[in-house]
Ligand binder design. Structure first.
Ligand code: TXA
Ligand code: MG
Length: 338
């Protein structure tokens, strides 16, 4: 089986001819994976229900999970939504282009396939030059979930995309590793107060500073109402092996478990913040939230590729700045529901 076409492209100064070629694939209803500042996206024409259907099937994504429309300008976002409240204006001014997604009531021409039937659409203006260049060359908003099979680990390199999706994707633009590393913060602006549906690179406090108090109810769970977020599925961002979170006080017991595992031929990986543990596949993680986020998915991919049966992940600090990373770790550690 032949793999996908992968084209190298400069992250800062993408070749217009390469972007044009990718834009043609989008125009023809195809799928193009491309880097954003957060993770790689699996892109298609957001106004073409058949192209959107191809995204769902390439990812094996449940049909009830809506997809973000990526736009090339604030005006293009405004063209997709029915209202542009003061909170949207402030947040877009402060954080766009960048890793923030806003959920707003959709206009009629926005396909139900994109929003999974919901009356609201998620819009994001990314800052990555390749993402922006592709959207602008395509001349249409680009629907793009993370470019991985559903519930698997998100991709931060073109190689991650190729391994996860193979020839289910028509073309991959390889702009090197992404900088932020975890997906955008998703803020729902359809209620009376803004509500963070998915924590991410832009913190709650940063949002709140511009909008006033947030609606702090826990984000809705699958099956509760229409505003469903794929990031809210319990198991998500998960490698094949089991992920187990541990507290640093568990070190002595873990050291013992590791010694036995080695003898028994089990492969155990680790992602550590504190002292080392005796094991061949122990990765040291950055001890700041932004550095950790950047390294997180590459570490999970690496340990997954080594065939780890178990991945021990040291708990990150229980602080608001770590909310995005902690959310991804907890979901990676959630056992698959049958
Ligand atoms: O950083 C990102 O957001 C990446 C890159 C590629 O832009 N994309 C991404 O897409 O993470 P995905 O599909 O893996 O996650 C989409 C998130 C969901 O968790 C959900 O919160 C939100 O977008 N979403 C999309 N459409 C929505 C809608 N109509 N209502 C509520 N949430 C929506
Ligand atoms: Mg995803």
């Amino acid at each position: 089986m032949s793999g996908p076409i992968i084209l190298a492209v400069s992250a800062q100064h993408p070749d217009p001819a390469v972007l044009e070629r990718a834009a043609r694939v989008v125009a023809e209803g195809g799928l193009v994976a491309f880097p954003t500042e957060t993770v790689y996206g699996l892109g298609a024409n957001a106004l073409d229900p058949r192209a959107i259907a191809r995204i769902f099937s390439a990812k094996g994504r449940p049909g009830f999970n809506p997809i973000i429309a990526h736009v090339g300008s604030i005006a293009e976002a405004q063209g997709l939504v029915r209202t542009w409240p003061a909170h949207a204006e402030r947040l877009a001014d402060a954080f766009w282009p960048g890793p923030l997604t806003l959920v707003l009531p959709k206009r009629d021409h926005v396909p139900d396939a994109l929003t999974a039937g919901a009356p609201a659409v998620a819009v994001r203006l990314p800052s990555h030059p390749v993402a922006l260049g592709l959207i602008r060359a395509a001349g249409v908003p680009i629907a793009a979930p993370s470019a991985n099979r559903s519930s698997a680990v998100s991709p931060t390199t073109a190689q991650h995309v190729a391994r996860s999706l193979g020839s289910r994707v028509d073309l991959i633009l390889d702009g090197g590793p992404t900088g932020v590393g975890i997906e955008s913060t998703v803020v729902d602006l359809t209620g009376s107060a803004p509500r963070v549906l998915r924590p991410g690179p832009i913190g709650q406090a940063e949002v709140e500073a511009l909008t006033g108090p947030l609606d702090r109810r826990a984000a809705p769970r699958p099956g509760e109402g229409l505003l469903l977020s794929p990031g809210l599925l319990d198991r998500h961002y998960a490698p094949r092996g089991t992920v187990r979170l541990f507290a640093s006080t568990e070190r002595p017991a873990l050291a013992e478990e590791l010694a036995q595992a080695d003898a028994g031929g089990r492969i155990i990986g680790g992602m550590l913040l504190g002292e080392d543990l005796p094991g061949r596949h122990m990765l040291r993680m950055p001890d700041d939230p932004a550095g950790y986020a950047r390294a997180l998915y590459a570490a999970l991919h690496q340990l997954d590729d080594l065939g780890c049966d178990l991945i021990l992940v040291e708990q990150v600090p229980d602080e608001i700045l770590w909310a995005g990373v902690r959310d991804r770790l907890v979901r990676a550690a959630t056992a698959a529901t049958p």
